[in-house]
Every structure is written in structure tokens, then in C-alpha cells.
Design a protein around this ligand. Structure first.
Ligand SMILES: *[C@@H]1O[C@H](CO)[C@@H](O)[C@H](O)[C@H]1NC(C)=O
Ligand SMILES: *[C@@H]1O[C@H](CO)[C@@H](O)[C@H](O)[C@H]1NC(C)=O
Ligand SMILES: *[C@@H]1O[C@H](CO)[C@@H](O)[C@H](O)[C@H]1NC(C)=O
Length: 506
């Protein structure tokens, strides 16, 4: 009944937004919706069932002051124990798939393959089975930042042998789960992960100088990704017939009155392009090679801090994605750093970024709601990378934990309208959209202070109760109707939260 009510309301309230004659509220046929989490951020059970210690287990212990609320993910959202309840919620809300990650140290507690933990394998098979029984497709991130600490002690991603260690792990994942999983991503957001080899904002928090560790990590990660892709091709694709890619974090660019498209592109290349260019065009972006060499010289290095790929590696990495796995949250305006005119180089990119004061704030200082920037990004990916098939593998909005998360609904609605326009008007090939996140969870150095969930988790309660927020109900309607709904009336939403809760606890 309430569903009908809200639908009628939205028909009255929303003018049929017509953008060049297209219906920018209705999703294309066959478009799929999913929700995402990651192992360390949601699972908890950090020391259960023979799991080994990951770099996050170590980092939160060794540097509690690196985390805003000095918290950790020892229990997190307790999804290790509550995955069946999570699956029921996903089903009730109507999502088509669930993107989650596998904890490397739960599968290989020693990092290497001398101890393949049966309980770890069993756990993820249990999750996959409960999803499939409920017609929810499992989408698996093989590795979402949390590699075994023992491998870090041998250098982690600054050691090229990590490529082989990752490959050994990925092979077990394909072998054990590939018969039931048809979409894999190898590595989540290399650029964010590799920041942990430059600063203390994330694990392992190694303060290595001048981005040397960052570039080395990225270099090895790209090799590891490409090897895993080729291994899937050679050994598993024929029997498993899935799709495989990597999760690339990208920001949108918005121009101001200066219309500085060169700075916008440079900024894009230094982030999104670090993974996009090697995979879709070949090698690092020319501007990045040029600039890092220039600034390296300025800093007194006799050669560039950016490692070089051999021609063989360039062609081996190129083409290693069956879809573009896009993680995107926000946008920026890029300008040249004025210091460079005076011969001072503050960064490799030479770019400083700003925001418009009119962009909506979230609880994270750099994450502004910029729907037009998201649309620009989707078109940029189409143009630069020859219109690849895109799955949005993460998008979402952090607030302060409100149950009535109207800002989050506004964010989703405005971003998705841009997505629909990019598909229908501009011919972008986008067929999936994944919310970060299903649940409130542990957000790295922000701890629990910047929740992203469409479902609230009560972190003060030992049983970590789940409570769907307004946005969860809004999503239920969007999926049911395959159409963006208006941001609803608060009373209607609250009544509907109650009904979702009731059916959930029935
Ligand atoms: C796991 O860690 C918790 C603290 O987070 C501790 O209370 C518990 O005893 C540990 N369990 C095992 C099996 O070591
Ligand atoms: C993080 O690193 C910076 C230097 O980059 C340092 O000033 C700061 O104290 C470190 N923070 C913690 C919590 O260790
Ligand atoms: C965002 O926050 C900044 C600083 O607090 C403020 O100046 C700005 O007006 C806010 N923007 C919006 C759109 O509310």
C-alpha cells in the first residue's frame, strides 16, 4: 500500500525531467543494482577461525592515533557472523548483486600456500551459497587492501615477489570460488592502497620519501593484476566463463571560468589514469612520465622515481579488463600550482585542486556532492578509453549516521540521473551500479566517524543490530520501479522504514 502511495506522490512531484528528449529518470533495460562492502571494514572476527594477521590488524594496533576515533575493525559490522542476515536485507531491498571481498589472511594465514585455511574457504563458500539461494549474484573482490602482515614484513608491495605471492593467492580464489562466481575484481583501488607506502593515512603507513614507495607499489600491483588476468584467461576462463577487472578510483573534473582543460586532464591522468592508461592505452600516461621525470630531476634524483615498464610488460598489461570497474565519489577543479612559475615544484602533478563553495558537503572534507562532475567523468572514460563497458563498482556518500539520510538520497538521485543521461544521450556503456556501502562500517583513518551505509549498524551494541535508513527504502522503490524516485516526504519514509524493519525481523 505504501509503495503505491509513494509512487503516486512522485508522479505528482517530479516533472518528467527531459534532457534532449530522453527520460533521464528511467534506467535502461537490464541495468543492475548492487551493494558493496569489504572484508576488513565489515567482517570483524579478526582473530577467529585461524585467520592470520593482516596489515590492518597490525596498523590499528601500532598506530591507534592514525585513526580519527582510535577505533579498529576487530568486530566492525560483525558480518563474519551476520552474513545471512545481511543477505536477507539485500534480498528484501531487491538488489541484484552483492560485492564483497575475501580476506587474504583468512585464506592464507601464513601469507604463503603452506597452510590453506579450510575454515576460511568454507566461510566464503557459505556466503556465496546463501547469496545464490536468494538469487543475489556474488561479485568478488579478490583483495581489498588487507594483505597478510607477514608479507608486509618481507616488503609488501615494494617487493616485486609480492606479484607471485598475490598470484598464488588469486589462483586459490579462482579454483575454490570461480565455479560459483562470475565477476571478479583483482585489486581494489591501487592508488589508495599504495598511499600506505607514502603516508600514515592507511596501512601499512610507511613514511617512505617522495612518492618512491607509492610508485613502486603501483608498478608491482599493475603487474600482479595483469598476471592474475592472464592466469584467469589461461586456466579458468574456458570452464568458468566469468568477467574480470580491477577497481579503479577516479574523480570527476569540473571546469571553472578559466576553462583549463589541460590541468583537468593532468589531474585525471595522475589518479584515474595511473591504472586506466596502462590497461586501456598502454603504459603510464605520457604527462605523468614527463612530469615525474622533471620533478625527480629537480629533487636531485639521477633518474625518474616512476619505474619503467618494458615494452613486453606494456603489452602484457594492456587489455587486462573485461569491464571498467569504476569507483567514484567526488570531483574537483584543477589549476596549475602558481609556485611552479617561480621554479618551485611542490608535487609531481603540479596541480592544485579546489572545490566550488556551492558543492554540497559530506562528513569527509574532500568528498563533495558534484553530480555534473560524475557525468563528465563517465564521458571522459568513454572518449579516452574507447567506450569500454563500465560497471560502477563503488559510489556513495558519507554523513554523520542519520537514519533519515536525505542528503544521501539526494546524492544518489542526482548522480544516477547523470549516469542515465550519460548512457541514453551520450552512448556510454554502463550496465551496473554499486552502492558503497550496504552497511555502516570502519572507514580507515576516519574510523566510524563517516558512515556510508544505507543500513545503520549500532556499533555500541554487541549484537551490531542493522537498521535500514531512509535511503534503503528509497532504493527499494528505485529498484522495484527501475526508475529514480523523488526524494520522498519524511513521514512516508519513516512509515516505510517501519514496514521494512517489521518484515526484516519477522
Ligand atoms: C580475539 O581478540 C579478542 C580481542 O579483540 C580477544 O578478546 C579474544 O580472546 C581473541 N581470541 C582469540 C581466539 O585469540
Ligand atoms: C603521520 O605522518 C605525519 C608526517 O607525514 C606526522 O606529522 C604525523 O605525526 C603522523 N601521524 C601519526 C598519528 O603518526
Ligand atoms: C560547506 O562547508 C563550508 C565550510 O564549512 C561552507 O563554507 C560551505 O558554505 C558549505 N557548502 C554548502 C553548499 O553548504
Amino acid at each position: 500500500m505504501k509503495h503505491t502511495l509513494i509512487l503516486v506522490l512522485s508522479w505528482i512531484v517530479i516533472p518528467h525531467t527531459s534532457c534532449d528528449g530522453i527520460d533521464s529518470l528511467t534506467f535502461p533495460d537490464g541495468f543492475l543494482f548492487g551493494v558493496a562492502t569489504s572484508s576488513y571494514q565489515t567482517e570483524g572476527a579478526w582473530n577467529e577461525s585461524d585467520k592470520g594477521v593482516s596489515i590492518f590488524d597490525s596498523w590499528v594496533q601500532s598506530c591507534p592515533e592514525c585513526i580519527a576515533d582510535r577505533s579498529h575493525g576487530n568486530i566492525a559490522s560483525d558480518s563474519y557472523h551476520k552474513y545471512e542476515e545481511d543477505a536477507m536485507l539485500i534480498k528484501q531491498l531487491g538488489f541484484n548483486y552483492y560485492r564483497f571481498s575475501i580476506s587474504w589472511s583468512r585464506i592464507l594465514p601464513n601469507g604463503l600456500t603452506n597452510n590453506v585455511n579450510k575454515e576460511g574457504i568454507r566461510h566464503y563458500k557459505d556466503i556465496i551459497e546463501v547469496l545464490l539461494r536468494n538469487s543475489i549474484e556474488p561479485v568478488v573482490t579478490i583483495y581489498h587492501y588487507d594483505h597478510p602482515q607477514v608479507l608486509e614484513e618481507m616488503g609488501g608491495w615494494t617487493n616485486e615477489l609480492m606479484v607471485e605471492w598475490y598470484l598464488d593467492y588469486a589462483k586459490i580464489v579462482f579454483r575454490e570460488f570461480g565455479p560459483m562466481v562470475k565477476i571478479f575484481t583483482t585489486i581494489n583501488e591501487p592508488q589508495e592502497m599504495c598511499a600506505g607506502y607514502n603516508d600514515n593515512g592507511t596501512a601499512p603507513g610507511k613514511l617512505l620519501p617522495n612518492m618512491v614507495g607509492y610508485y613502486l607499489c603501483l608498478h608491482n600491483v599493475l603487474k600482479a593484476h595483469a598476471k592474475a588476468y592472464h592466469m584467469y584467461d589461461d586456466e579458468f576462463r574456458a570452464s568458468q566463463n566469468g568477467l574480470i577487472s580491477i577497481n579503479n578510483p577516479c574523480s570527476g573534473q569540473v571546469l571553472d571560468d578559466s576553462r583549463d582543460t589541460i590541468s583537468a586532464d593532468t589531474s585525471f591522468q595522475f589518479y584515474c589514469g595511473m591504472v586506466g592508461h596502462p590497461i586501456y592505452i598502454g603504459d603510464y600516461p605520457p604527462i605523468v612520465k614527463e612530469r615525474v621525470a622533471l620533478v625527480s630531476k629537480y629533487l636531485g634524483y639521477h633518474k625518474s622515481r616512476l619505474p619503467t615498464f618494458s615494452p613486453k610488460w606494456i603489452s602484457y598489461i594492456k587489455g587486462t579488463a573485461d569491464f571498467f570497474g569504476l569507483n567514484s565519489y567526488t570531483s574537483e577543479i584543477a589549476h596549475p600550482d602558481p609556485d611552479e612559475a617561480r621554479g618551485i615544484y611542490n608535487s609531481d602533478s603540479g596541480i592544485i585542486t579546489t572545490h566550488k563553495p556551492t558543492w554540497h558537503n559530506s562528513s569527509i572534507f574532500w568528498l563533495k556532492s558534484v553530480p555534473e562532475g560524475f557525468g563528465n567523468l563517465l564521458r571522459k572514460i568513454k572518449v579516452d578509453y574507447n567506450n569500454p563497458l563500465v560497471f560502477v563498482t563503488e559510489n556513495g556518500f558519507p554523513d554523520y549516521g542519520e537514519l533519515n539520510d536525505i542528503d544521501r538520497i539526494n546524492y544518489f538521485r542526482s548522480y544516477l540521473e547523470e549516469l542515465i543521461i550519460a548512457v541514453k544521450r551520450d552512448g556510454c556503456r554502463i550496465s551496473r551500479y554499486t552502492i558503497w556501502s550496504l552497511l555502516d562500517n570502519w572507514e580507515f583513518h576516519f574510523g566510524y566517524t563517516t558512515p556510508f551505509g544505507i543500513i545503520k549498524v549500532d556499533f555500541n551494541s554487541p549484537s551490531r543490530e542493522r537498521i535500514p535508513k531512509s535511503s534503503a527504502y528509497w532504493w527499494k522503490e528505485v529498484i522495484r520501479t527501475h526508475r529514480l524516485q523523488d526524494v520522498p516526504n519524511i513521514n512516508v519514509i519513516l512509515a516505510n522504514i517501519e514496514s521494512v524493519l517489521k518484515s526484516h525481523h519477522r
